[in-house]
Design a protein around this ligand. Structure first.
Ligand code: BES
Ligand code: ZN
Ligand code: ZN
Length: 465
């Protein structure tokens, strides 16, 4: 538990200070810091316990992303110490990123620990204008807490979160935030012809759920649709994953969890946008009734799909959910989907960067800008007509995998593109968060496990609409 409060001054026993390499050379603590072997680089720290000073290395003090990640470093160091209270000087520009960094960096998932540390930490953000800054702090905390909320669900074990319990959780979020909520179970999914989604979930003891939440403020200026891949577990199906690749596949619901975090943040911030969230909650398993490579599925849109690999299941679920979403939230200004869709995205961009794909360069630019100011890494991967041809099927309208192994993140997005209606092409973007949603070693503001990828950047985008 970490608490952050604003005050004019503080009597905390520790003060956190950012320092650059340049400042270090001129610092009054130069000798002490040098003798400790401290070099003021990104993600480094030096704790002068006796002086009550915690120095955090940063490349540049003007760079908000450095301060955010530096604050996460400070949170980790303080959590390991026996100090429970620290202060840090802030101003209008630095406060939001510092608050975010502390809350995100202090996060740990301890639900399954018999002896959780549950360390309490209080950060006093000091400024002469403490009162004035309160709304800024509140906004930053709302976004950071929504990110941690998303992390918690992604981190929860798959024996606890399955399509049925995921739907219950969504219902709870809807109730707490006064959202519209409609959950389609098997019978309604059949009536809606969501055959691709139903096929993926057929071997699970929990049938698929299509979850629709909506936040509808009175004077909404814009309407936005979010779609989330919610594979509560991806074993690969009959095209079974190798044992080592299956571990961590509880995170295949991260896209869906991000959309839940975003709608929570947006309703708490009372933004003037109508926001619709559509989630395909499905479990991809094996069994006598499992869908198979060679099956041909008739998706909700009528497009037939040749299944050549049951591990390319996310796009099958999204095909139906995207089609449903475009009908139910017709006239949306933007349609964004979030999905841990391909290992290929990690090959292309590295594990830290979210892949952004779609037709509108202007929209990609706008979103990349919002992401960068929110401290998330994004990179655009371009479509082309040659890659599109690789999805050709000899017996159906489209194949669920490409015929060549390169450009897998793009061919997956081009598969989704097939289910985007003509009038929505320029409004749609696909976010592949396969790498960025989960980590097994800390980086930036992230610790072990889920990162909450998508929440900060999309909330920022919606805030700036
Ligand atoms: N959920 C996986 C993608 C994934 C891989 C997410 C690693 C996070 C980490 C997805 O359903 C999948 O298995 N995709 C296949 C597609 C292939 C069969 C065309 C992949 O990436 O190997
Ligand atoms: Zn898969
Ligand atoms: Zn998957």
């Amino acid at each position: 538990m970490i608490k952050i409060e604003l005050a004019k001054k503080s009597d905390a026993p520790v003060e956190v200070r950012f320092i650059t390499q340049k400042e270090l050379k001129k610092s009054g603590y130069k000798e002490l810091l040098n003798s400790a072997g401290f070099e003021a680089r990104s993600e480094t720290s030096c704790f002068l316990y006796e002086k009550g000073l915690l120095f955090i290395g940063v490349e540049e003090k003007e760079n908000p992303n450095e301060l955010r990640s530096g604050s996460a470093t400070a949170a980790r160091v303080l959590k390991k110490s026996n100090f429970q209270k620290a202060s840090i000087a802030v101003d209008k520009k630095s406060l939001p990123v510092i608050a975010e960094g502390f809350v995100l960096g202090a996060y740990e998932f301890e639900k399954y620990k018999s002896e959780p540390q549950n360390k309490k930490l209080k950060i006093v953000a000091t400024s002469n204008k403490a009162k004035e800054l309160q709304p800024l702090l509140d906004e930053a905390l709302t976004i950071a807490h929504a990110t941690n909320f998303t992390r918690d669900i992604v981190n929860t074990a798959p024996q606890e979160i399955n399509p049925k319990t995921f739907a219950q959780l969504a219902k709870k979020v809807a109730k707490e935030n006064k959202l519209f909520c409609d959950i389609l179970e098997k019978d309604r999914l059949e009536k809606e012809r969501c055959n691709a989604m139903l096929a993926v979930g057929r071997a699970s003891i929990y049938s698929p759920r299509l979850i629709h939440l909506a936040y509808k403020p009175k004077n909404a200026k814009q309407k936005v649709t979010l779609v989330g891949k919610g594979l509560t577990y991806d074993s690969g199906g009959l095209s079974l994953k190798p044992a080592t690749s299956m571990v961590t596949m509880k995170m295949d619901k991260a896209g869906a969890c991000a959309t839940l975090g975003i709608i929570k943040a947006v309703s708490e911030l009372k933004l003037d946008v109508e926001l619709h969230v559509f989630i395909g909650a499905v479990e991809n398993m094996i069994g006598g009734n499992a869908y198979k490579p060679d099956d041909v599925l008739k998706s909700r849109s009528g497009t037939t799909i040749e299944v050549r690999n049951t591990d390319a299941e996310g796009r099958l679920v999204l095909a139906d959910v995207l089609d449903y979403a475009q009908e139910k939230a017709e006239g949306s200004d933007y349609i964004f989907d979030f999905a841990t869709l391909t290992g290929a995205c990690m090959v292309a961009l590295g594990q830290y960067t979210t892949g952004v794909m779609g037709h509108s360069s202007a929209l990609k630019h706008k979103v990349n800008k919002a992401a960068s100011s929110a401290g998330e890494l994004t990179g655009s991967l371009p479509f082309n007509k040659h890659l599109k041809k690789l999805l050709k099927s000899e017996i159906a309208d489209i194949s669920n995998i490409a015929s060549k192994p390169y450009g897998g993140a793009i061919t997956a997005a081009l598969f989704l593109d097939r289910f985007i209606k003509e009038e929505n092409k320029e409004k749609w973007l696909h976010f592949d968060i396969a790498g960025s949603a989960y980590t097994e070693s800390p980086w930036d503001v992230n610790n072990y496990g889920a990162t909450g990828a998508g929440v900060r950047m999309m909330t920022r985008f919606l805030l700036e609409l």
